[in-house]
Design a protein around this ligand. Structure first.
Ligand code: FPP
Length: 260
């Protein structure tokens, strides 16, 4: 295991990147960054490789991105790893995607523990294969004492289903008297979502040139800054994350108010 980790050890960022990181850290860092990791299939196709080769390469980028996010002081990194709609893909691809959490955590969990990362998950656990669920649950358990970056996997996650479930839960609580309808406001409704313990994302990144949300955090992204790039997820590097954060720092967030 140790050898495998050493093999994957990533060199420190080169000095121009180090300078940019230092600059970024002087301004407001987005606390919650959410990423729609898209383009694995196209990355593989360009190389005449099977789609799963793109997902495998994408997994390595998850590790690098987590490392840099932690270094930048980002508090939450939510990664859209599998949507409730992704079950429609060929069985072989779905089976492979369901093996990735095990492979990733089997290799990197010791490193995540060491780097004070907390692993969490949003999504529907009951439809996940047991081997996938066990890998995630072990990682959540082993990192629960950490208080650094939250690495939040959106796995079998779908925002519309999440909202419908929250509405049903609210109705049930109103009916049983746990809640009074007049109490319901945005903040209380948020507490019924899978992200109840997390602040809304400040920055959303989507790779691969697609400009849509694909049923991802529809409620939570109401005031999030969006950053889209043509880069395919397996080619997403430290430099791209730095570029996204630099772009975020130039934005003026008004949350519906007026320019300051
Ligand atoms: C979308 O690209 C990507 C996915 C559905 C899977 C994303 C998963 C990873 C990046 C690996 C996750 C790693 C862990 C540790 C869980 P696509 O396949 O739709 O690409 P395409 O649009 O080019 O076909």
């Amino acid at each position: 295991m140790l050898n495998r980790i050493k093999l994957w050890k990533k060199p420190n960022p080169s000095s121009p990147l180090r300078d940019r990181i230092e600059q970024i850290k002087k301004a407001a860092i987005p606390e919650h960054v959410a990423i729609i990791m898209d383009g694995n299939g196209r990355w593989a196709k360009k190389r005449a490789l099977p789609r799963i080769a793109g997902h495998h390469e994408g997994m390595k980028v998850v590790r690098n991105t987590t490392k840099l996010a932690n270094q930048l002081g980002i508090k939450v990194l939510t990664l859209y790893a599998f949507s409730t709609e992704n079950w429609k893909r060929p069985k072989m691809e779905v089976d492979y995607l369901m093996k990735l959490p095990e492979e990733f955590l089997g290799t990197f969990l010791p490193e995540l523990v060491e780097e004070n990362v907390q692993v969490k998950m949003i999504g529907y656990k009951d439809q996940l294969p047991l081997h996938t669920l066990h890998a995630i649950e072990k990682a959540i358990e082993d990192t629960k004492g950490n208080d650094g970056l939250i690495l939040n996997f959106a796995l079998n996650y779908g925002s519309r289903a999440e909202i419908i479930d929250a509405v049903k839960h609210v109705l049930k609580d109103c009916k049983s008297g746990i809640m009074n309808e007049s109490e319901l406001d945005e903040s209380l409704f948020s507490s019924y979502l899978m992200t109840s313990k997390l602040a809304d994302p400040d920055l959303l990144i989507r790779t691969s040139g697609e400009i849509r949300l694909s049923n991802f955090m529809l409620w939570q992204l109401a005031y999030t800054e969006f950053w889209f790039t043509e880069v395919l997820w397996p080619d997403f590097s430290d430099e791209h994350l730095i570029e996204a954060v630099e772009a975020f720092q130039k934005r003026q967030r008004r949350f519906g108010g007026v320019k300051g």
